[in-house]
Design a protein around this ligand. Structure first.
Ligand SMILES: [Zn+2]
Length: 182
C-alpha cells in the first residue's frame, strides 16, 4: 500500500470533503444557518460558522453512525471476497494483544460490538482529558476538563474574571449549594 505524499494529500482532501458534508448535513437535516466569515489577512480563505453548533454535533454524530455501519458492511464484503479477519485488522491498524489475535480483536470490535475501539487510546496510555474552546462571552481560550466536578472553576479555566458566562455558572453553582442545604 502506498503511504506516500500523494496519498496523504488525497486523504487530506477527502477529510476536508467529509467536514464540508457535516456542515451541509447540519444545514439540511438539522436546520442550522451557515455563515462563511473571511479569515483575517486572507482574501480567499473563509471559516464556516453555524448559528447553531448543536446542529453540527448532531450532523457529525449521524455521519459517524453511518460510517461505522459502513465500516462493518465493507468488512463483510471483504470477507466475502476472500480476505481474512487478520487482513481486515491490519487495514484498520488493530494491534494484537496478549489474549487475542488481531483477527479476533477486530471481529469482537466490528461484529460483536462489545470490545472498545482497539485502535483508540487505551488504558495506561497518555491521554489528556482536557479539551479547549474559545469562550463566546469573554473570547478567551478555555481549558475544559469535563463536567465531573461541582464547582465551575474545577471544570473550566481560562475565562476572564468578569466573564458573564463564567459568573453565571458560579452564581448557579452557589444557588445550587445554598438551595441544597434546605
Ligand atoms: Zn468566558
Amino acid at each position: 500500500m502506498n503511504a506516500g505524499g500523494t496519498t496523504r494529500d488525497h486523504r487530506t482532501r477527502v477529510a476536508h470533503r467529509v467536514r464540508e458534508l457535516i456542515i451541509t448535513a447540519a444545514v439540511e437535516a438539522f436546520g442550522a444557518v451557515r455563515d462563511d466569515v473571511p479569515v483575517d489577512g486572507f482574501q480567499v480563505l473563509t471559516r464556516t460558522r453555524l448559528d447553531d453548533p448543536m446542529a453540527a454535533v448532531r450532523a457529525a454524530d449521524l455521519m459517524a453512525r453511518v460510517a461505522q455501519s459502513q465500516r462493518t458492511e465493507h468488512a463483510l464484503d471483504a470477507r466475502a471476497a476472500g480476505r481474512s479477519w487478520d487482513e481486515i485488522g491490519a487495514a484498520l491498524c488493530v494491534p494484537a494483544d496478549g489474549e487475542r489475535s488481531r483477527g479476533e480483536a477486530v471481529f469482537e470490535w466490528l461484529v460483536e460490538g462489545r470490545a472498545p475501539d482497539p485502535t483508540g487510546p487505551g488504558e495506561g496510555l497518555f491521554r489528556t482529558p482536557t479539551t479547549w474552546w474559545r469562550c463566546g462571552s469573554c473570547d478567551q481560550q478555555v481549558a475544559d476538563r469535563g463536567p465531573f466536578e461541582s464547582h465551575p472553576n474545577d471544570n473550566e479555566s481560562g475565562h476572564t474574571e468578569d466573564c458573564p458566562r463564567h459568573r453565571a455558572a458560579v452564581a448557579a453553582w452557589r444557588a445550587d449549594i445554598e438551595g441544597g442545604e434546605w
